[in-house]
Ligand binder design. Structure first.
Ligand code: PGA
Length: 256
């Protein structure tokens, strides 16, 4: 698959379960001192924060060009879904994007590909940018099942997205064995899996495959980011642990 140099790099920091409103405000203030001015930034930047910090972060980052993302969303606008949050609720807080199908949601909280096939188009329809996470476990990789797993997750997650909206989805390839383990994928492994993900989008639309941004996630740190991000199909990074420190997050943005 030829790589399209017009794809703008995208670096998102996933705070996971971190960030009271006080911590979030201090973080944003520090981050903005470390990032270049929006016009001089060579990458799109986003922070993915807990629901309770969204309003604080959206206020602190207003006008900064840094996008604000939630970490999950229900596919329905409202209904009998205790504990859930919907797209209109996020939009009201000036949220720009939403992480969907993170492996922790899948493994610990029963998130299914079926639900994601509704969540991704629901986010797009509402005007939120979905960041759809996919990735294999170590035993799936060892058993030679990586492609089968990715095919299933990508096809089902994007099933009800119209071809002309596919490129509005950001896909994050996050091998589960690399998340929070310090065991980062090699640049070759990241490139191989991400070009495969891109080819899966290409099965639906070649134009979308050229334009869609596919990120790598899993133990990205300032000292390994540049090598991974230099791969032709790797369009950015979804950063967990290292994003909790504004200095290292800004360094990773710099590497992109
Ligand atoms: P990590 O997490 O960078 O701490 O490995 C990545 C993620 O889960 O998005």
């Amino acid at each position: 698959m030829p790589s399209d140099t017009a794809r703008r790099p995208y670096v998102a920091g996933n705070w996971k379960l971190w960030g009271t409103r006080a911590q979030a405000a201090a973080y944003c203030e520090r981050l903005l001192t470390l990032l270049p001015e929006p016009a001089r930034r060579d990458a799109d930047v986003a922070v993915c924060v807990p629901f309770t910090a969204l309003e604080t972060v959206a206020g602190a980052l207003a006008g900064s060009g840094v996008a604000v993302a939630a970490q999950n969303m229900h596919q329905a606008d409202n209904g009998a879904f205790t504990g859930e949050v919907s797209a209109p609720m996020l939009l009201e807080l000036d949220v720009d994007a939403v992480v969907l199908g993170h492996s922790e949601r899948r493994q610990l909280f029963g998130e299914t590909d079926r639900a994601l096939s509704e969540k991704v188009p629901a986010a797009l329809a509402a005007g939120l940018q979905p960041i759809l996470c996919v990735g294999e476990t170590e035993s799936e990789r060892d058993a030679g099942d990586m492609q089968r797993k990715l095919r299933h997750q990508v096809q089902e997650g994007l099933e009800d997205v119209a071809d002309d909206r596919l490129a509005d989805v950001v896909i994050a390839y996050e091998p589960i064995w690399a998340i929070g383990t310090g065991k980062v994928a090699t640049p070759d492994q990241a490139q191989e899996a991400i070009s495969f993900v891109r080819a899966l989008v290409g099965d639906r639309s070649t134009a979308a495959a050229d334009a869609v941004r596919v990120l790598y996630g899993g133990s990205v740190k300032p000292d390994n980011a540049a090598e991974i991000l230099a791969q032709p199909d790797v369009d950015g990074a979804l950063v967990g642990g290292a994003s909790l420190d504004p200095e290292s997050f800004a360094a990773i943005v710099g590497a992109a």
